[in-house]
Write a protein that binds this ligand. Structure first.
Ligand code: GLA
Length: 694
């Protein structure tokens, strides 16, 4: 039997949120429309037209000074706030609120020329040069000092400006510079490790350095995981991710502290809850933000972009602990950073925006107000495109503004769900590390598959971090949770023992927080709960598809396992291949609840059928009319009955659909009773009649 090492002294560092008793919480009494505004790219005459058109469309929250550093500090000893003063005053005159950037997102050329040591260094030791954006190392003491000096100037000048509604720290922290391997980062990484482990032997244990002669004699010998000849130590790589996320959070915290000393207004930063960002552990970040704000862009390369959007919105709401949040950026049309930038179809702008609204956003903002004429983003869509106001984009944006103005009582209502889905950034880092059993299995795809099946089944989902309390849910779904702490797995087991239903998917529970395999068979931490032991995993070669046994059909691809039943029963079995007849799906009665295990990568229809069975067994009813192409989501008043509830229906399909509802439809003003018709591609929002509220 393999001896599991003693756990490190340090278990999990949690930075407590700053005490901020006198802060103004972010709140809006009606949903807001907003945008990023870069007036520094335009002559003053254009500003007048900008504010006029902003009022026309209903823009009420404008992010400025996001990339303002070079403008407001053109030289080391020179600050020039003239234009920014004018812009804030102009917006205020027109009743438009400001979401003020601290301006630190991108250092100006004078700074990187004078202090080249702030430039980030890639894994292979090469410098990332200025000329793009965000060319700074998160651990650079010089960058920290100069950026805070700027924030001090900005916050002291504008902290009580009447236009100010919100503070916007930096921009998409870690978007380009999350992992830096320079000498300053190496030093900071060693400091971080000393604080975490105290003793070098604890590092050796956590990283398993008796392997490949990697044992460290002192902290001074440790480097960031720079490019190696063979696979680097996985424990080192995992800790480097944790460290890097905390370094960027520390930059946020440092800027926020300066701002808070000058201003009572809420402070946030725009997170990147998308398929493209996995470097920051936002579960750790969220408690430090006064309101959660997210940037989301549709990616047409994904299998199901609308489902990915819904997943990100539900995860953002999870980070917000269910409270209303801000969609800080999304696009009216195409972006500019995909190989082919697909324009939105008629109706898609509205569907995309309203999807975020339905899932808890109280403000919808776009990047950006006016399409740039120059620079790398000149072909990125905007509210005001190059074509001007005589454009489909402008007309659809006007329509969105009108819808938001018809929903004054929506703000503050919340979404609730009976199903929780467990998602973890540090698991993502560990699960996708090199030298795993199959590179065809990609963690986020597994999460998306599980989420898409739930969405297609028509149920609402809350995304939660491992270890989160599960009271109040009926079902918990645990997709591909390779790395999990014993205490976190125990929360799922206790939930089931007390009557909950769980669906765990393959290669979960395998390692502890140090990426150390649990001996005795997979799925390690979930073995007893699931009543199975997996002797060996059997990934399938690319293109291999095996049928499931039985008449209900279904196939598996990419992954199978040699499963031994230890109390569970086989629900579906493999119909062919070397493991023909072995369980592919199992079910185990545990305590007063039920634990399901998908031991293979089921095709989407088979997974959806399984999910529907799990939900039915747990008594979770789908929203009537909901399906893969039709989203039906409710926002309820809090406390219940204190105001109207709203039913959102988004028809992504090619045909009109009917959904049962009674109340008043917001986009058309029509009374609805007993069914709502939603045309192909349209959105409808019903302010529900009192007796329809649940
Ligand atoms: C990010 C940034 C914006 C802009 C958009 C383009 O979200 O924050 O400045 O670059 O991407 O999609």
């Amino acid at each position: 039997m393999v001896q599991v090492g003693t756990p490190p002294v340090w278990s999990r560092r949690r930075v407590e949120p700053a005490e901020a008793p006198d802060r103004t919480p972010w709140r809006t009494d009606h949903p807001l429309l907003g945008c990023d505004y870069n007036p520094e790219q335009w002559p003053r005459e254009v500003w007048q037209e900008d504010v006029r058109l902003m009022r026309e469309v209903g823009v009420e929250l404008v992010a400025v000074n996001v990339f303002g550093w070079a403008e407001i500090q053109p030289a080391p000893e020179r600050f020039d706030f003239g234009r920014l003063d004018e812009v804030l005053d102009l917006l205020h005159e027109h009743g438009i609120g400001v979401n003020l950037g601290t301006g630190t997102a991108s250092p100006p050329p004078w700074l990187t020329t004078a202090y080249p040591q702030v430039l980030p260094v890639a894994e292979d030791g090469t410098t990332r040069w200025p000329g793009g954006r965000q060319a700074w190392c998160p651990s650079s003491p010089v960058f920290r000092e100069l950026s805070l000096e700027l924030v001090e100037r900005v916050a002291s000048r504008y902290g009580r400006h009447p236009a100010l509604r919100l503070w916007h720290v930096s921009n998409e922290l870690g978007g380009h510079n999350a992992l830096c391997y320079c000498d300053a980062s190496a030093e900071a990484f060693r400091r971080w490790l000393r604080e975490r482990y105290r003793d070098i032997e604890a590092v050796n244990q956590a990283w398993g350095t008796s392997f490949w002669s990697q044992r460290y004699g002192s902290f001074d010998e440790i480097l960031p995981p720079r490019l190696t000849l063979s696979t680097p130590n996985p424990g080192q790589a995992l800790d480097f991710h944790r460290f890097s996320s905390e370094e960027l959070l520390a930059q946020h915290q440092a800027e926020a502290a300066v701002v808070r000393a000058h201003s009572p207004l809420p402070v946030t930063t725009n997170l990147m809850v998308t398929a493209h960002q996995r470097d920051m552990d936002y579960w750790d970040w969220a408690p430090h933000l006064d309101v959660i704000a997210n940037d989301h862009y549709l990616d047409h390369r994904l299998a199901d972009p609308a489902a990915e959007l819904a997943f990100c919105a539900d995860l953002t709401r999870g980070l917000a602990q269910g409270r209303p949040w801000i969609l800080m950026e999304h696009a009216t049309g195409a972006v500019n950073w995909q190989p082919v930038n697909i324009a939105k179809q008629p109706g898609e702008l509205l569907r995309g925006s309203v999807a975020h609204l339905a899932r808890g956003a109280d403000a919808l903002c776009f990047f950006q107000w006016r399409a740039s004429r120059q620079g790398a983003e000149k072909f990125h869509s905007a509210m005001l495109p190059h074509a001007g106001t005589d454009s489909a984009t402008w007309r659809e944006t006007i329509e969105l503004g009108t819808i938001l103005r018809s929903l004054p009582d929506l703000a503050g209502t919340q979404v609730s769900a009976q199903v929780a889905l467990v998602f973890s950034y540090e698991n993502w880092w560990a699960a996708d590390a090199p030298n795993r059993p199959s590179e065809l299995v990609v963690h986020l795809e597994q999460v998306h598959q599980a989420y898409a099946a739930l969405r297609a089944a028509g149920v609402g989902v809350d995304v939660v971090r491992p270890g989160a309390a599960l009271e109040g849910y009926r079902v918990v779904v645990v997709p591909h949770l390779y790395l999990v702490r014993d205490s976190e797995a125990a929360v799922v087991a206790d939930f089931v023992a007390d009557g909950g239903h769980a669906l765990v998917t393959f290669f979960s529970g395998i390692v502890d927080e140090d990426d150390r395999v649990r001996p005795g068979g997979y799925p390690g931490a979930f073995r007893d709960l699931l009543g199975v032991t997996v002797e060996e995993v059997h990934p399938l070669a690319e293109g291999v598809v095996l049928p499931l046994e039985g008449t209900s059909g279904g196939t598996v691809r990419r992954w199978t396992e040699r499963v031994r039943l230890d109390g569970a029963r086989a629900h579906r079995r493999l119909g062919a291949g070397p493991l023909a007849g072995h369980p592919a799906v199992t079910v185990h009665e545990h305590g007063t609840g039920r634990a399901w295990y998908a031991a293979a990568d089921l095709d989407p229809d088979a997974l959806r059928a399984l999910v529907e069975e799990v939900l039915a067994g747990a008594g979770v009813d789908p929203e009537p009319g909901a399906g893969p192409l039709v989203e039906v989501v409710r926002r309820r008043s809090v406390p219940a009955g204190s105001g109207p509830d709203f039913l959102f229906v988004l028809n992504h399909g090619p045909d009109p659909v009917l959904v049962p509802a009674r109340g008043t439809e917001v986009c058309t003003g029509q009374d609805v009773d007993p069914t709502l018709e939603v045309p192909a591609g349209a959105v409808r929002i019903v302010r529900l009649a009192a007796e329809e509220q649940s």
